[in-house]
Ligand binder design. Structure first.
Ligand SMILES: Cc1ncc(C[n+]2csc(CCOP(=O)(O)OP(=O)(O)O)c2C)c(N)n1
Ligand SMILES: [Mg+2]
Length: 351
């Protein structure tokens, strides 16, 4: 849809997007790019324990999240900081997970209809399908979109989720970001058939889309969400993209892939491509891009200050929200943890 070069391309009116929405897509991608780089830097400086960069996947995340209604739910894996930006999740609260101060993040998932960071590969697929089935039983109209990677399609959870969604006509959009790698395993060693075609076995549509083209991703997700909402038909979207960064800040990607491969994908950078299109069609001009640039700087500065200032959570929270009535063995452990924490505070953490 978006041309690789130049300004010819889609008629935005065919997507039903207003000009300010076309500009907003760019703004959200630019904020995400900047926040992602900042989070990577914060990890290098010891402020985060680990961080999985999403650089290169901005169009896949922003285009898809933007295509949903506010009342729709998103179930992320661990790499969807960009979709969190679309949902207005406070990134300091999102990064609490990566600062290792809380499970999944401290934001209010219900308020943002944005689930918690989920690291066990593909586990969030079951949460998304279950949520969609529950909403359907309750007579609530919504779409449940779940993000996962190419590697996640090798997990049983993916296949179980697809089958349940199909059989129970659950309103799910399965959104696979095929970023070509599952840590050091290339997609060719992961699976033989193209990912989008796996949908056929479950009896619902599978779509492959250029994941570095924000408008194409938007369109594919919009159509999939409409099918889910109106007909209870799930869709599997395979967004073909690339993980420009390492798997996480704990990974050295130069050990298993070539610089040429990374460079080739850098040439398809989703922000550059969309910016050229916006400028070429006159939907946005230099003054707009400069204003966005200024906003991204402030956004990153606030993120940085917020993360550095954020304290560990109270120890007792570790024992909350699992049992309505805490069992005796956990109550004992809670007492012990509180006692140790208070002794630790008294001796200034010297142990
Ligand atoms: C069940 C499970 N097995 C293994 C891991 C270790 N692990 C973390 S991410 C990952 C690769 C996932 O690749 P993919 O699904 O393509 O997502 P990407 O990281 O590329 O976004 C693995 C094996 C895990 N977190 N959970
Ligand atoms: Mg992957």
């Amino acid at each position: 849809m978006l041309p690789l070069e130049g300004s010819a391309g889609p008629d935005p009116t065919s997507l039903g997007l207003k000009e300010e929405e076309l500009r907003e897509l760019y703004r959200l991608m630019a904020l995400t790019r900047r926040a992602d780089l900042e989070a990577t830097a914060l990890q290098r400086q010891g402020e985060l324990a680990v961080y999985p960069p999403l650089i290169g996947q901005e169009a896949a995340q922003i285009g898809s999240a933007f295509a949903l209604e506010e009342s729709d739910w998103i179930f992320p894996s661990y790499r969807e900081l960009g979709s969190a930006v679309v949902r207005g999740v406070d990134l300091v609260e999102y990064l609490a997970f990566y600062r290792a101060t809380w499970h999944g993040g401290t934001y209010d998932a219900n308020a943002h209809r944005f689930g918690y960071v989920s690291v066990p590969v593909a586990s969030q697929i079951l949460h998304a399908v279950g949520y969609a089935m529950g909403a359907k039983l309750d007579g609530i109209s919504l779409v449940s979109l779940v993000y996962f990677g190419d590697g996640a399609t090798s997990e049983g959870d993916f296949h179980e989720g697809c089958n349940f969604a199909a059989v129970f006509e659950a309103p799910v959009v399965f959104f696979c970001q095929n970023n070509q790698w599952a840590i050091s395993v290339p997609v060719a060693a992961q699976t033989v058939a193209p990912i989008w075609r796996k949908a056929q076995a479950y009896g619902f549509p599978g779509v492959q889309v250029d994941g570095n083209d924000v408008l194409a991703v938007y369109q594919a997700t919009r159509e999939a969400a409409a099918r889910a909402r109106d007909e209870g038909t799930p869709t599997l979207i395979e967004a073909v993209t690339y993980r420009i960064g390492p798997h996480s800040t704990a990974d050295d990607a130069t050990r298993y892939r070539t610089a040429d491969e990374v460079e080739a994908w850098r040439g398809l950078d989703p922000l550059d491509r969309y910016r050229r299109w916006l400028a070429g069609t006159g939907v946005a001009d230099d003054s707009y891009f400069e204003a966005v640039e200024g906003e991204t700087r402030d956004f990153a500065a606030r993120l940085r200050a917020g993360v550095i200032a954020s304290e560990p959570r109270p120890v007792e929270e570790m024992f909350e929200w699992v049992f309505a009535d805490i069992p005796p063995h956990l109550a004992r452990q809670r007492e012990e943890a509180l006692r140790l924490a208070s002794e630790d505070r008294k001796d200034g953490g010297r142990g």
